[in-house]
Design a protein. Structure first.
Lengths: 120, 106
């Protein structure tokens, strides 16, 4: 059974860069599924897709976040990473990593999510 | 940017009811639409993809329909476990989610 687990700091200061890692267990990160994604959810609000990345490194991002986001894949350690720079209070959210289902940009396996709060 | 609008925002219903949630896209997305269920404090769970295809393991009381700009999620007979928030998501261009529909116990 595929399992995804996000990790990183739960508190980030305004203007700093968020760095999150997603550990994938129960399957090789580069088997079957070609793409993985990150989605976030501000407290009490809806879901926002951040971006998706392939195991070969190709990526595409939400145009509204593109200038601040970098995603990467570490196939040796079965991990994904997300960096978001210039964090503000509006970036406070639960951040999820997820497996994209094959060739289409919807998500069939999700991590449990990690709350990141932006505050000084 | 494709906008997704769900209605209603909140729906009150009873166990055994048949309920329908609507999702409208601001432009045609063919059938590139997924539905998710989310319970408090949990990650979303995929229910339906390509507008009407049931994800493996999802009960058959869930069904989806539609194409173009208008889509529906129907639960044929509500069970206690179904009270949750439901989101649609288009994946025709990048990905955008609807604002969610909270299904409450009447």
């Amino acid at each position: 059974q595929l399992q995804l687990q996000e990790s990183g700091p739960g508190l980030v200061k305004p203007s700093e860069t968020l760095s999150l890692t997603c550990n994938v267990a129960g399957g090789a990160i580069n088997s079957n599924s070609l793409y993985w994604g990150w989605i976030r959810q501000p407290p009490g609000k809806g879901l926002e897709w951040i971006g998706s990345i392939s195991t070969s490194g190709g990526s595409f991002y939400n145009p509204s976040l593109k200038s601040r986001v970098i995603m990467s894949v570490d196939t040796a350690n079965n991990q994904l990473s997300l960096k978001v720079n210039s964090m503000t209070a509006a970036d406070t959210a639960v951040y999820y990593c997820a497996r994209r289902s094959g060739w289409h940009n919807y998500f069939d396996y999700w991590g449990q999510g990690m709350l990141v709060t932006v505050s000084s | 940017d494709i906008q997704m609008t769900q209605s209603p925002s909140t729906l009150s219903a009873s166990v055994g009811d048949r309920v329908t949630i609507t999702c409208r896209a601001s432009q045609s997305i063919s059938t590139w639409l997924a539905w998710y269920q989310q319970k408090p404090g949990k990650a979303p769970k995929l229910l339906i993809f390509q507008a009407s295809s049931l994800e493996s393991g999802v009960p058959s009381r869930f069904s989806g329909s539609g194409s173009g700009t208008e889509f529906t999620l129907t639960i044929s007979s509500l069970q206690p476990d179904d009270f949750a928030t439901y989101y649609c998501q288009q994946y025709n261009t990048y990905a955008n989610f609807g604002q969610g529909t909270k299904l409450e116990i009447k």
